[in-house]
Design a protein around this ligand. Structure first.
Ligand code: SF4
Length: 208
C-alpha cells in the first residue's frame, strides 16, 4: 500500500524539513540537508494531493505576502502558535499587521497609517497609530530607544518648546535651547533655532 499524504508529510518533518504551500499554489520544501531522492520524487508526483492537505496554511501565506512579510519570518515570530495562526485568519489578521509595524519601527520607518503625533514621556515626540492618546508614559518606540535604533520624529517648532529662549533682539530671530540632546538639536543639517522652523527633535516638550 502506498504512503498517504499524511505519511509523506510526517516523513518530511521527521527529517527536520518542512513543506509549505506558496502563494502561487506551489509547494516549497525547506530542508537543512538533502532528502532521499525517492522521497523528493514522490513529493513532486503527489504535489496536488499534498497541497490540498496543506491548503489551510496557504491563506496565511497569502496574507503575509500581501504585507510584504516572508512566511519563514512569520513562522519564526509566531513560534509554537504558528499552526493556530495558519488555521485562524482572524488571528492572522491581528498578528501580521503588528509584526509588519514592528519590522518598520525596527528599521526606523514610520509604520503605514501611523499619522498621530504623540508625546511619550521617555521618547519625546513620536508617530503613533490612529486613536493613540496624545500623551503616553511609554510607547511602541521605547524598544527602539532602548536598543539605540533610530526613531523618525514628527516635525515640531522650537517656538512651541519649553526649552526655547527667544532671541532677545527680536521675536523672529534664532533663539537658544536650554538642553543639550546628544542626537537632537545640534545635528548637521538641522535648521537654526528660529521659533517657527520645523525640527525633528527628540528634546521637544510642550510649554504646558
Ligand atoms: S529641545 Fe529641540 S525643539 Fe526644544 S528648543 Fe531645543 S532644539 Fe528646539
Amino acid at each position: 500500500m502506498s504512503a498517504t499524504a499524511e505519511d509523506l508529510i510526517r516523513r518530511v518533518h521527521e527529517a527536520g524539513a518542512a513543506l509549505e504551500p506558496t502563494p502561487e499554489r506551489g509547494l516549497r520544501l525547506r530542508t537543512p540537508r538533502p532528502l532521499p531522492g525517492e522521497l523528493v520524487a514522490t513529493l513532486r508526483a503527489r504535489k496536488a494531493e499534498l497541497l490540498s492537505l496543506l491548503a489551510p496554511k496557504s491563506r496565511i501565506a497569502d496574507l503575509a505576502a500581501e504585507m510584504g512579510l516572508h512566511l519563514a519570518d512569520v513562522r519564526e515570530a509566531a513560534g509554537p502558535d504558528f499552526d493556530e495562526l495558519a488555521r485562524d485568519p482572524n488571528t492572522a489578521r491581528g498578528f501580521l499587521p503588528a509584526m509588519r509595524d514592528r519590522r518598520d519601527r525596527e528599521a526606523g520607518r514610520v509604520p503605514a497609517g501611523w499619522t498621530t503625533v504623540g508625546l511619550c514621556e521617555r521618547c519625546g515626540p513620536v508617530w503613533l497609530f490612529p486613536g493613540a492618546p496624545e500623551r503616553v508614559a511609554g510607547c511602541p518606540w521605547c524598544f527602539s530607544r532602548l536598543q539605540g535604533r533610530p526613531i523618525p520624529r514628527p516635525p515640531m517648532t522650537c517656538g512651541s518648546c519649553r526649552h526655547f529662549t527667544p532671541d532677545p533682539m527680536g521675536a523672529g530671530g534664532a533663539g537658544r535651547c536650554a538642553v543639550a540632546m546628544a542626537d537632537g538639536p545640534d545635528r548637521p543639517g538641522d535648521p537654526p533655532r528660529y521659533p517657527h522652523a520645523r525640527r525633528r527633535c527628540p528634546g521637544w516638550r510642550p510649554t504646558t
